[in-house]
Design a protein around this ligand. Structure first.
Ligand code: FMN
Length: 202
């Protein structure tokens, strides 16, 4: 599939058919994820791969799936055959940036203009989402705000932050969420060519 077609087709998928994901397909998606860039090549992005049905069900329970179902939404997490927990370990960056080629001449770690560990995790996420489309699959992302208790369930150490959960599988029916029905923002509000666009006159 052409790269631009992969980009065009990518949508957050929250409903899956029961088909499992063949292990060689999953391995190709994981290999794509491992190609993500990272600041100083610190590689502080971590993934926990969960395919066991009972464990996926437990994750879905912890994320409060039953509340969504009670509100008339389709089960999302419990039906997705693969869960990838997207995590980052900030200390991987501090350790890397204290190495001789990165540390300041006075021996201090450089100040961080932004928390690069979150940027890098976003790069990993994007590669997974696109690699899934290339494999004819769909992927969705649930933010970490719903994942309390999942770290403990999976033995994720306390210094590792769980940023969210990527679901993978064969897409079922695509239903737009309320935020998606808002439609895209006017391009001139978000794409600034040459200099920041002034806000439109109201
Ligand atoms: C950082 C991040 C967090 C998100 N969290 C959630 C979430 O918790 N639940 C959800 O249904 N969608 C979540 N989404 C998906 C967005 O709602 C979705 O990407 C957006 O509406 C645009 O739709 P599209 O990705 O299908 O183009 C998240 C996306 C990102 C990038």
């Amino acid at each position: 599939m052409e790269f631009r077609e992969v980009i065009r087709r990518r949508r957050m998928v929250r409903h899956y058919r029961p088909d499992s994901v063949p292990s060689e397909v999953l391995e190709r998606i994981l290999a794509a994820a491992l190609r993500a860039p990272s600041a100083g090549y610190a590689q502080g992005q971590h993934l926990v791969v969960v395919t066991d049905p009972a464990r996926r069900l437990r994750i879905a329970e912890l994320a409060g799936e039953s509340e969504h179902v009670a509100r008339g939404l389709e089960p999302w997490l419990s039906r997705a055959p693969v869960h990838l927990l997207l995590c980052c370990r900030e200390e991987d960056y501090h350790e890397r940036y204290r190495e001789s080629d990165k540390v300041r001449p006075d021996g201090e770690e450089r100040p961080w203009p932004v928390p690069y560990w979150y940027l890098d995790a976003g790069c990993t996420l994007m590669l997974i989402l696109l690699a899934a489309v290339e494999e004819g699959l769909g992927a969705g992302f649930l933010g970490g705000h719903r994942l309390e208790g999942v770290g403990r369930l999976l033995g994720i150490p306390p210094e590792v932050q769980v940023l969210g959960l990527v679901t993978l599988g064969t897409p079922g029916r695509v239903r737009r969420t309320r935020s998606e029905r808002r439609g895209p923002r006017p391009v001139t509000e978000i794409l600034h060519r040459g200099r920041w666009n002034p806000p439109p006159a109201r």
